[in-house]
Design a protein around this ligand. Structure first.
Ligand code: ZN
Length: 271
């Protein structure tokens, strides 16, 4: 599943190719995504000029002078910028035709992604209304995590993966940040100290920033404007390494399930 760093990498790759361009046609080849793509989007976006491609959590927001569009890549979606002669693939469901002849195609084999109009009055889309702060925004810090955590009994890993608390901290990034902060994933949310939350927030920001810097960890499909795969692998300390030795203390890493997700940790480095 594309995580926040992949979505941000996609945004950074595509925005310079889209901003200022005119959309000559918006082609819907398969409207049955997670929610149906509204039929009138085709007419609403025709001849629209793109202002920018923004991001909120894992949503991309295509803003134009006519209508705004909310895009989500779902489980398996990707966007590709290509010349028109590039052969269509089976799951290329949406095509944005640009005035320079290039196209941006949404490819989504599992069709869990979405493409919905943004409200015309500038209010946030209902899907965005309940979201917590962006992890890389200064408004997100250890103090706010600490204040929201008091009295909560659930595991701290589920807490930092809760989109109402902070958006975009997927399993990989939560697992790695908890290791770097020295906190076990199963510890009760309300028993993590303020100083630990400060360390944790700093590591969440650092692992996400590093992943964005490297172009995303789990990215497979996004083709960059030069046609090369934007596929990088971050050095991971604990994620996917249960049974292997800890990079810091050489103790054997363990795993437990938290919220149906495998959560690996070091029994020595994490308390
Ligand atoms: Zn260790």
């Amino acid at each position: 599943m594309p995580e926040l760093p992949e979505v941000e990498t996609t945004r950074r790759g595509l925005e310079p190719l889209l901003a200022g361009r005119r959309i000559t046609a918006f082609e819907v080849r398969e409207p049955r995504l997670r929610w149906p793509v509204p039929e009138d989007l085709t007419t609403r976006l025709a001849d629209a000029q793109v202002h920018r491609l923004a991001r909120r959590a894992k949503y991309l927001l295509l803003e134009t002078d006519r209508a705004g569009v909310l895009l989500h890549l779902g489980m398996s979606g990707s966007l590709r910028h290509c010349p028109p002669e590039t052969p269509l693939r089976r799951h290329d469901h949406l095509i944005v035709h640009l005035d320079n002849g290039y196209q941006v195609r949404l490819h989504d084999p599992r069709r869990f992604g979405c493409c919905l109009p943004l409200p015309d009055d500038g209010t946030p889309h209902p899907l965005l209304a309940e979201l917590g702060p962006e992890p890389l925004d200064p408004a997100f810090d250890g103090d706010t995590l600490f204040l929201r955590s008091r009295g909560r009994r659930g595991p701290v890993k589920a807490f930092i993966m809760d989109q109402a608390i902070v958006v975009g901290v997927g399993n990989i990034y939560a697992t790695e940040a908890l290791f770097l902060a020295g906190i076990r994933p199963g510890r009760a949310t309300g028993r993590v100290t303020r100083a630990e939350y400060q360390r944790l927030a700093a590591h969440i920001k650092a692992v996400l920033a590093e992943a964005i810097e490297q172009g995303g960890t789990t990215l497979r499909d996004f083709l960059r404007e030069d046609g090369t795969h934007g596929y990088f692998r971050q050095s991971l300390h604990v994620y996917g390494r249960a049974g292997e030795p800890c990079h810091v203390c050489a103790d054997v890493l363990r795993t437990r399930r938290i919220g149906q997700r495998a959560s690996s940790y070091c029994p020595t480095c994490q308390k």
